[in-house]
Design a protein around this ligand. Structure first.
Ligand SMILES: [Zn+2]
Length: 269
């Protein structure tokens, strides 16, 4: 037998062994749902996602979500996805009427998952959110010249190991053919966690002037989509948008995966 045939045969055997072993391990350690922790029954249903993940990240995902949790990922109806960025308008707003697109309510499954991303460091859940939101943006016909995530402070980035806004924004950008600029916005100072501040005025002043545009980027005349994981009062996205407009951006669309808004200021853009 020539060396080539010998190698091929060996590869086939190791493939068979690999599959058998994988099957055995699956029986011993069934897939665990990343959301509820129960046994996940969705291995086969993730076929398309597996392929997409492989294309975006060059490896297979380890994420599993059970059928029950998966069925709870239901986006708001289209009219409810469009809001004004600030929950309450402010006087002398440098970016009045800033549009916000937020396809999921910050309740139920989203509310369960966000802490798992932020504090449980479940980076793949953020990427899954990004893929889900990316396909919604495509359906809703949203486009931009550049997509930028809301940045974390360097100390929080070090503590968490990744920026969840960036992990959500990257697949959204890729799925929609929008150039992605991870380092376009920079934090000019550390801020307190917005979730630890209950008053909207204090939240606004906590974020005031917290961002600027990196000198590496010229955003003049561009339409920019700025992405965060969650929106509550809108102060963080508003400040990010103000920095982009100040640097010359023509238009800014704020995007958050989930929001806790009522629909009182909803209007389509
Ligand atoms: Zn589950």
């Amino acid at each position: 037998m020539c060396a080539f045939r010998h190698t091929s045969r060996r590869n086939i055997i190791s493939q068979e062994i690999r599959e058998t072993l994988t099957g055995a391990v699956d029986l011993i350690l069934p897939f665990k749902c990343a959301v509820c922790g129960n046994v996940s029954d969705t291995k086969d249903r993730f076929g398309d996602y597996d392929r997409l993940y492989q294309e975006l990240y060059g490896k297979e995902p380890e994420l599993h979500i059970c059928g029950k949790c998966l069925s709870e990922f239901t986006a708001c109806e289209e009219i409810r996805r469009w809001l004004l960025c600030l929950s309450e308008p402010v006087e002398n707003d440098p970016v009045p009427g800033l549009p916000l697109y937020t396809p999921f309510a910050y309740t139920g499954i989203a509310e369960k998952c966000i802490p798992k991303i932020k504090f449980g460091k479940q980076i793949e859940l953020a990427r899954f959110f990004g893929c889900v939101m990316g396909s919604l943006l495509a359906k809703d016909g949203i486009c931009a010249d550049l997509m930028v995530p809301v940045p974390l402070s360097s100390s929080r980035l070090e503590e968490r190991g990744f920026n969840q806004a960036g992990e959500i924004a990257y697949p959204v950008a890729r799925l929609n053919g929008i150039p992605y600029a991870e380092d376009c916005l920079i934090r000019t100072r550390d801020t307190k966690r917005q979730s630890e501040i209950d008053n909207r005025f204090k939240r606004a002043s906590n974020m005031k002037g917290a961002f600027s545009v990196s000198s590496e980027w010229d955003v003049t005349g561009l339409t920019i989509a700025v992405v965060d994981d969650v929106v509550t009062t809108g102060s963080t996205l508003h400040e990010a948008a103000a920095a982009l407009k100040k640097a010359g951006a023509a238009d800014v669309l704020c995007i958050a995966f989930a929001g806790n808004r009522t629909v009182k200021n909803a209007e389509p853009f």
